[in-house]
Design a binder for this molecule. Structure first.
Ligand SMILES: [Zn+2]
Length: 270
């Protein structure tokens, strides 16, 4: 049975860089051992490794771990998604076709890890065992966190772009943690910070076709880019008059009701 990720329950530990500056270029989700791991899209298991006990080996480069390399299509192009540090007893095997939302493993703490977490990375192309770390290659020491393809043209960062963006068909994937959940209306204004309601707005805006629309970083911060996209929606879709309060880039209750579909629950206050 396909199941979406639990809405709003995932937080990111390490992202683009480790706290000491080393390149990571992946998302670490600090979750307990045994947490269900799902396929982000329909795809094929390109390679995997199983049978390693859940014993963290922090700092041991090359320590054996359980992992899955899933080949999917994203925006009409091949992408590989690496799931790392899984528990032994994978639910899939090499060459297997999987459906979006299908459970493929349980998270764990196998390999070079400081503790239980799920590491997810994404890179262009369908990779093999020997190239599963290609996303780390040629990322410069000064390269800032990109919003899309890194300068090495391999890494897609944040990897959530791969599972929050439109499918090639234009259909929205249901596996994003921001594809459903509560939206607090008092957060939908310029200046809000680190809010899941804003992440849900950014997710929704990323899936609306706008003239000269751009893909927003799903950051939770209601920044100037988010305000600009909200204004485009107000002008182009809600047909508000330029320069009026209803086209000021802040989303009011009536507009929220139009923007967010049935998967969301609108609430006045957090
Ligand atoms: Zn990691």
């Amino acid at each position: 049975m396909a199941q979406p990720l639990p809405a709003g329950k995932l937080s990111v530990g390490t992202g683009w860089r480790y706290s000491k500056g080393g390149k990571h270029a992946a998302f670490d989700y600090p979750v307990e051992i045994g947490t269900s791991v799902f396929a982000v899209q329909d795809g094929v298991v390109l390679a995997c490794n199983d049978g390693v006990t859940n014993k963290s080996q922090p700092g041991v480069v090359g320590a054996k771990s359980n992992w899955i390399l899933l080949g999917i299509m994203h925006g009409g192009q091949k992408v590989s998604v690496l799931y790392q540090h899984l528990s032994p007893g994978l639910l899939v095997s090499k060459g297997q076709q999987v459906k979006a939302g299908q459970q493929i493993a349980k998270s764990g703490s196998s390999g070079n890890a400081t503790g239980p977490h799920l590491h997810v990375a994404a890179m262009w192309g369908h990779r093999t065992t020997s190239t599963r770390y290609d996303y780390l290659i040629n990322i410069g020491p000064k390269e800032k966190e990109p919003n899309g393809t890194a300068q090495n043209e391999i890494c897609i960062f944040p990897p959530s772009l791969v599972y929050t963006a439109k499918k090639a068909s234009g259909r929205v994937t249901s596996t994003s943690p921001f594809a459903a959940g509560d939206v607090f209306l008092d957060k939908l204004h310029f200046g809000s910070k680190d809010s899941d309601s804003v992440r849900r707005l950014q997710f929704v805006l990323n899936n609306v076709k706008l003239v000269q629309g751009r893909n927003l970083k799903v950051s939770g911060n209601y920044d100037i880019d988010t305000k600009n996209e909200a204004t485009k929606w107000q002008l182009q879709i809600d047909k508000c008059k330029p320069g009026t309060l209803s086209a000021d880039g802040n989303i009011g209750p009536k507009q929220a009701a139009k923007l967010f579909g049935k998967s969301y629950t609108l609430k006045a206050h957090s």
